[in-house]
Write a protein that binds this ligand. Structure first.
Ligand code: SAM
Length: 190
């Protein structure tokens, strides 16, 4: 029932590393068509399906249109790097900040590996900056990147700001792709 096979990457990562649980609030960056948000809605109990567990919250943002999903709030046709989008997100959050930032974002690929790599790294770096205003202390960030020269820059930046940073290569990611994820936990922000 998932909108996209990418759901299995998040399920696999979460089964292993437990980043989602009932009651958490989640920002899903690059959410279209919405499969990661479907997983997040289930795992944080955003619909209150389990009345005995706390109810979470999911907000998804994408440049593209995203069809509505019960349990999630979507900001379609919005650029996460735009300060206007960031203000809108904050107005929609039940609390000031989120527990988890997920990013499966990918820029439109040019086919030039080095350039695509750099573009995705800068997108991820902009999320690290966004964390300051939107991520709770001890919060988690999971972001996709395409491996290359500047992965280290992103990794080092994450290590400055999070206590625990690891690299994940889900089975569900195609073997030939340079796609990996950084999982950064225990945000040091105030
Ligand atoms: N995780 C999604 C799912 O499971 O349905 C799939 C995400 S898809 C691989 C990557 C998405 O990132 C695209 O829909 C793209 O429009 C979005 N994206 C790229 N740059 C973005 C930006 N600056 N702001 C918001 N979304 C962006």
């Amino acid at each position: 029932h998932y909108r996209c096979r990418s759901a299995f990457k998040l399920l696999e990562i979460d089964d292993r590393l437990h980043i989602l649980r009932p009651g958490l609030s989640v920002l899903d960056c690059g959410a279209a068509p919405g499969a990661w948000s479907q997983v997040a809605v289930e795992r944080v109990n955003a619909l209150g399906t389990d009345p005995a567990a706390p109810t979470g919250f999911v907000i998804g943002v994408d440049l593209l249109r995203i069809s509505p999903l019960e349990g999630a709030v979507f900001l379609s046709q919005a650029d996460i790097t735009d300060p206007g989008t960031q203000r809108t997100i904050q107005n929609l959050l039940p609390a000031e900040k989120v527990d988890v930032i997920l990013s499966d974002m990918a820029p439109n690929a040019t086919g030039i590996k080095e350039l695509d790599h750099q573009k995705l790294i800068s997108l991820c770096l902009s999320l690290v900056n966004l964390s300051q205003s939107i991520l709770k202390p001890k919060g988690t960030m999971l972001c996709k990147f395409w491996d290359g020269h500047e992965s280290r820059v992103l990794q080092n930046k994450l290590k400055e700001q999070f206590q625990d940073v690891r690299t994940i290569k889900p089975q569900a990611s195609r073997k030939d792709s340079s796609e990996s994820y950084y999982l950064a936990r225990l945000y040091k922000g105030k």
